[in-house]
Write a protein that binds this ligand. Structure first.
Ligand code: C2E
Ligand code: MG
Ligand code: MG
Length: 912
């Protein structure tokens, strides 16, 4: 089995799903399988690159913002310092002029007390004289100290400039405090150095920025003199020593006060990168420097970066999933294609070189996923040749190009069916508008995945043979008429048609009356020619629409599909009867046969072909029995009668086994002396329910079933046994005649039967006589003659029963090999009524006498008849006048003469 038959590629729930075929397939597909992972990887990398570059841009923007912010802050800081220093500048300037002009104000303490000029920003104001001794001060304990060695004192001593000097940071006397000294030279009113006045301010005050919060946790604030000396600094809220800074490194100061940009690694000991900007303090040789710590600057970036990473991770995950899904899908798709290709090539290989055309159609989808057409995606050369094309030309064509109109609709219908059920096979005769180069096509459709595989075979030759065969099979070779095979196919269709159109259909069962006789006596060749002539003559009287078939033997079925009422069927039947009543001439011989026709009508007499034929057959039997009417319609009464007959046939079998038969004996009386001349054995059926049943009611059934042979044996045996019994009882024996059926003669068993009986019961041949009818003698004449000769040779006398009713005529009497003529009751009954009855009887008697035959008159019922018969010289009589058939036990009474002696004498007289 092909792997593709096992379904989809991925079936991990089934053990062994990853077959060797699949593994090999995956290896072959390796190159195309990496496409999606590679694409996904590239997309992932691109995503990360974009995210990082965005992050970079953000960082750059933040850096720019930080620098801008630092610039802004440094400007603010410079302004703040400018303002503060300007205040001190002003204060010292005022104090200087006060000092230089006001004689009354001796000490700063007094001035302070009077003016309250010192605020908390100033640690103290001091004045030193020309020798550098502090002469006045607000700082307790500082009075009288010498500052002569201090830079600022020495500077003012040697520089007569009146402007404020901002000195470098100094260690204060107070512990842990660094100060910055703002000093001014004091001059005598007359000129000349008079000392120095200075304000000491806490360096930390200079590093105290009003806008603290904007500096963040790691921001730096520094006030640097244009001399490159740090005056004050603060780092992240901690005041830095200006004299011995811990964090700020000398490199920072060496870089100069005009700093703009990112800090150097060596500038700060805490290793924090800072974004720095500086601004000149307006009016003073000081530069305000502000730096923002990278940590603070980039704090928002962390969140942004985390966000970007999340996006990146999510994107990567999506791409990985996409890669997996796309790979799986492409693998499945490729597998399906592989399967389709496998199926296709399998089909092609299987059909290549064969007589079959192979096509693979693939659906074309329209809107809403509905299939609008099919495309020929593959075929073999044989297949293409059906369309008169090459494989290359046919591949790619669509159904709608190849077919149109009803052909297309039909095909699309079939295809829809195949899509639903998976398989379809059909045989059809191609239409004239087809493109296929074939007359008969066998077409198989198999659903193969989404596609449909079609194989086409040209079955034209086979169909032709079949057709020829079926024509032969459905045609009667003798008459060239359709036969019963044709009928069994045609009649159901005709009935269906009639049912649909609400019309009548008459079935005529035509049976030739005397065909058997002709066939038996003139040979089969004559019989065949007669049948041909009959078939031909019937056709001439039928209408073009009527159909005729030979049903078998001498039976024909005529179907009348085009009738409106019963009378129409009767007309046709009468035409056939009339036509066949005319003599036929074969080999210069004239034949008169005649026919019996039974008619059944659809729907009245049946719905099914078989029922209609059977009922027509039943009606035909009725017509046969009817001397006047040659055709009969079926009726329920007929059917009932027939049913009774079937029943009888069934029961007869049982009766032969159960010994339900008895034999009655009818005396034959001699007209010569009125004594019992013989007995006729007549069988009766002692039916357990119906009582005594007479031969007329069961002999035909026994004959038709063949049971008559067995019945014949039973009767013969009973007669033999009865004779033996009578003999044993000492009764004088008279001959008993036994009726023998034509069937028994046909069987060739009569002589043997009689012989066995005589032997078994030790009877002389003269005790048993045989009765047969004229019709028995007519059919199978040779066989019968042979048996009769044998019987007569044995000494068994032969009686021709019912003489006058059958086929023989007086003229034929001489050729009949019999001992006794039993003249039929029909003649006896005419005696005394009409002159010709007597004439006929007289002729028979004189003829018989000439031929040395005895004459027995049957059915003598009146004295008149008896008298006439006596006058005519008839030897024996039989009839109710003398006695009806009697049970064996009652026969004894006939041992005495029936007629008086006188009458007997008269009879014998009249004999002569
Ligand atoms: P068949 O051989 O012609 O027998 C004479 C028939 O006429 C008998 O009818 C008899 O009862 C009847 N018959 C006798 N006298 C008169 C009369 O005066 N008037 C009338 N109307 N009828 C009379 P049955 O017994 O009903 O037999 C009918 C036929 O059945 C016989 O005709 C014979 O052909 C046949 N048959 C009877 N027994 C046997 C038998 O054992 N074997 C065969 N193969 N056929 C038998
Ligand atoms: Mg008889
Ligand atoms: Mg008779």
């Amino acid at each position: 089995m092909n792997n593709c038959d096992k379904g989809a590629f991925f079936q991990p729930w089934k053990p062994g799903w990853l077959t060797r075929d699949k593994r090999r397939f995956v290896r072959r597909q390796a190159a195309s399988l990496v496409v999606w992972p590679v694409v996904s990887l590239a997309l992932g990398v691109l995503l990360w690159v974009v995210l990082f570059s965005m992050l970079d841009a953000d960082r750059q923007r933040m850096e720019d913002d930080a620098l801008r912010q630092a610039t802004l802050l440094s400007a603010t800081y410079a302004q703040q310092i400018g303002r503060n220093v300007a205040q001190l500048d002003q204060l010292t300037s005022v104090l200087k002029s006060v000092w230089e002009n006001a004689e009354s104000m001796r000490t700063l303490e007094e001035i302070q007390k009077k003016t309250g000029f010192i605020d908390n920003t100033i640690l103290g104001i001091s004045v030193a004289d020309t020798d550098g001794i502090v002469t006045s001060t607000t700082i307790p304990g500082a009075l009288g100290r010498s500052v002569s060695d201090r830079d600022d004192f020495r500077f003012h001593q040697s520089h007569p400039t009146p402007s404020l000097r901002i000195g470098p940071p100094l260690k204060s006397l107070l512990p842990e405090t660094e100060i910055v000294v703002l000093s001014r030279r004091l001059d005598h009113p007359r000129g000349g150095f008079a000392g120095v006045i200075w304000a000491s301010i806490d360096a930390a005050f200079l590093a105290d920025f009003t806008n603290k919060s904007s500096l963040g946790a790691t921001g730096v604030l520094a006030l640097v003199g244009q001399d490159g000396v740090l005056r004050a600094a603060k780092l992240g809220g901690t005041v830095e020593s200006a004299l011995r800074p811990k964090v700020i490194q000398p490199d920072f100061l060496r870089a100069g006060p005009w700093i703009q940009g990112v800090s150097h690694a060596s500038w700060f000991a805490d290793g924090i990168r800072r974004y720095l900007a500086s601004e000149q303090v307006p009016g003073y040789p000081l530069v305000a420097v502000v730096g923002l710590g990278a940590e603070d600057v980039f704090r928002p970036l962390q969140e942004i970066e985390a966000n970007y990473r999340r996006i990146g991770a999510a994107g990567t995950a999506v791409f990985i999933l996409f890669a997996i899904a796309a790979t799986v899908m492409s693998l499945r798709l490729a597998w399906r294609k592989h399967c389709e290709e496998t199926i296709r090539s399998t089909y092609r290989i299987a059909t290549e070189g064969a007589k079959e055309g192979f096509f693979m159609w693939s659906p074309i989808y329209g809107k809403g996923d509905s299939i609008v057409d099919y495309e020929m995606v593959d075929c073999n050369e044989r297949g293409a040749s059906f369309y008169g094309l090459t494989r290359k030309d046919l591949i790619g064509s669509r159904l709608r190009q190849l077919y149109s109109g009803p052909l297309l609709q039909e095909l699309l219908g079939v295809v829809t069916n195949v899509v639903e059920h998976g398989f379809h096979e059909e045989e059809y005769k191609t239409r004239s508008d087809t493109k296929l180069d074939a007359t008969w096509i066998n077409r198989r459709f198999v659903r193969a995945g989404e596609n449909i595989a079609v194989t086409i075979r040209d079955i034209g030759e086979r169909k032709q043979l079949e057709q020829e065969k079926s024509v032969l099979a459905e045609q009667d070779t003798l008459t060239a008429l359709p036969n019963r095979h044709w009928l069994s196919r045609y009649l159901p269709l005709a009935l269906e048609r009639a049912g649909r159109e609400g019309r009548f259909l008459a079935t005529l069962f035509v049976d030739l009356d005397k065909f058997k006789i002709v066939n038996d006596s003139w040979g089969h060749s004559t019989g065949d020619q007669l049948l041909q002539a009959v078939a031909h003559r019937m056709q001439t009287v039928l209408r073009p629409d009527d159909r005729i078939a030979r049903f078998g033997g001498d039976e024909f079925i005529v179907l009348l599909e085009n009738i409106e009422r019963e009378a129409n069927a009767a007309e046709v039947a009468q035409r056939i009867v009339d036509a066949l009543a005319q003599p036929f001439h074969i080999h210069r011989q004239e034949f008169l046969i005649g026919t019996s026709i039974g008619i059944s009508l659809y729907p009245r007499d049946g719905q099914e072909a078989e029922t209609l034929i059977r009922n027509a057959d039943i009606a035909m039997y009725n017509a046969k029995a009817d001397i006047g009417m040659r055709y009969h319609f079926f009726s329920d009464a007929l059917f009932a009668r027939l049913q009774r007959r079937w029943e009888t046939e069934r029961e007869l079998a049982r009766a032969t086994e159960n010994d339900e038969f008895i034999v009655h004996y009818q005396p034959r009386v001699s007209l010569r002396n009125g004594t019992l001349a013989g007995l006729e054995a007549l069988v009766r059926w002692q039916h357990p329910v119906r009582g005594i049943v007479y031969p007329g009611d069961f002999i035909p059934a026994a004959e038709s079933t063949g049971l008559i042979l067995r019945l014949g044996e039973i009767v013969m045996d009973k007669v033999g046994a009865q004779l033996a019994q009578w003999r044993a009882e000492g009764m004088p024996l008279v001959p008993v005649s036994v009726n023998i059926s034509g069937k028994q003669f046909n069987d060739g068993s009569v002589t043997g039967l009689v012989e066995r009986c005589l032997q078994q019961y030790g009877l002389p041949a003269s005790t048993i006589e045989v009765e047969l009818t004229e019709s028995t003698m007519a059919t199978n004449a040779q066989q019968v003659a042979h048996e009769l000769a044998a019987l007569r040779a044995m000494g068994v006398s032969v009686h021709l029963d019912d003489f006058g009713t059958g086929y023989s005529s007086l003229a034929m009497l001489h050729s009949l090999d019999v001992d006794v003529l039993k003249v039929d009751r029909a003649f006896t009954s005419r005696l005394g009524r009409a002159e010709e009855g007597e004439v006929l009887f007289r002729a028979i008697i004189s003829m018989a006498k000439a031929l040395e035959m005895k004459v027995i008159a049957e059915g003598v019922e009146s004295d008149g008849q008896l008298r006439i018969l006596q006058q005519l010289g008839c030897e024996e009589v039989q009839g109710y006048l003398m006695s009806a058939p009697l049970p064996a036990s009652e026969v004894r009474a006939f041992q005495v003469p029936v007629f008086g002696q006188a009458e007997a004498a008269r009879a014998s007289a009249c004999d002569h």
